[in-house]
Write a protein that binds this ligand. Structure first.
Ligand code: NAP
Length: 288
């Protein structure tokens, strides 16, 4: 592979982005295409996937292959087998995984929680298993798993989502150690609030004023939405430089503060912020 950049030598020739048609995934797609990687984009909606792919083909001299798949499908392993075997994938970004609403666990259908577990735990594990083994055999490659600031502490209203994002973070850390020994870079990316189309469609509402009564938890957690391009850029800059990266200076400062905060207080802050973000009123708590 002479004549290739160090990035393409380590992570080329193909990058697979699970959830690559919008938001942070789309930003990864553009930035990876700019670095010369061919792209495999997965998402559910064909129209959105094709629009994203055409946009990239017009701007960059790379191949783009699109695949409409639901990453929560119970037979995901079998569905992806042929796809991952067809091309030499040197980089995998597992991006899809946002929660699109919030509510107390017992006020929402079990199926919603199970779907999040499939999307954020079973999905990344499946792709890591399929692609990671090939990367390990080649002695090069990279894997980025999208986690979240929600992985830093449990939170009411998004209890399952936060738990699945903690899974992604801890999985990335373990794989960073395991696969690092074979020349494969693994990064768990903790994103904070980010302005994506999925967030715009969800019940989340970011209040930029941060001054109204009841904003205390959000202010303490410094929830200021980031541009998805910046989140992807920071991740690519830090791939190969440690197991975890928290996107955004404010998020890194918040993570440090949370680590020093007593656990009960941290969980309460996260829960109040989740309620505020989704326009929910926390129930009165009994006991302590
Ligand atoms: N945005 C934020 O504020 C924020 C904050 C913290 C962490 N994050 C993390 O960043 C990642 C990206 O978030 P996002 O806001 O851009 O929304 P997202 O819905 O997680 O990602 C959007 C992309 O994933 C695809 N996708 C979603 N569900 C899918 C499924 N079941 N099967 C296949 N593809 C699927 C979407 O295409 P289709 O809809 O067509 O399937 C689209 O390409 C997530 O892992 C999220 O947890 C986001």
């Amino acid at each position: 592979m002479t004549g290739l950049s160090p990035f393409t030598r380590q992570y080329g020739p193909w990058a697979l982005i699970a959830g690559g048609s919008e938001g942070i995934g789309r930003s990864f797609a553009h930035q990876l295409a700019a670095r010369g990687l061919h792209l495999i984009l997965i998402g559910r909606r064909t129209g959105t996937l094709e629009a994203a792919a055409n946009d990239i083909r017009e701007r960059f001299d790379v191949q783009v292959s699109t695949h409409a798949e639901d990453l929560t499908a119970p037979d995901l392993d079998a569905r992806l087998e042929a796809l991952v075997a067809a091309r030499e994938v040197g980089l995998m970004v597992y991006n899809a995984g946002a929660t699109h609403g919030a509510g107390l666990l017992h006020d929402t259908p079990l199926e919603e929680a199970l779907a999040l577990v499939r999307l954020n735990c079973v999905g990344p594990l499946t792709l890591v298993y399929q692609l990671g083994s090939r990367m390990r055999a080649r002695g090069r490659g990279g894997i980025i798993l999208l986690s979240s600031m929600s992985a830093l502490a449990g939170s009411g209203y998004v209890a399952t989502y936060a738990a699945t994002k903690a899974f992604d973070r801890i999985l990335a850390e373990g794989l960073w150690w395991e696969l690092g020994a074979f020349g494969v870079d693994v990064l768990g990316l903790l994103a904070g609030a980010t302005e994506t189309p999925a967030m715009a469609r969800s019940t989340i509402r970011y209040d930029r004023s941060g001054t109204a009564a009841g904003q205390a938890a959000m202010q303490k957690l410094s929830i200021v939405p980031m541009d998805p391009d910046d989140v992807a850029r920071e991740a690519l800059e830090h791939l190969g430089h440690g197991p975890i990266w928290i996107a955004g200076e404010k998020n890194r400062a918040t993570a440090e503060r949370l680590a020093r905060t007593p656990r009960e207080e941290a969980i309460t802050l996260m829960s109040e912020a989740s309620a505020k973000l989704h326009g929910l009123t926390p129930p009165k708590r009994s006991g302590g």
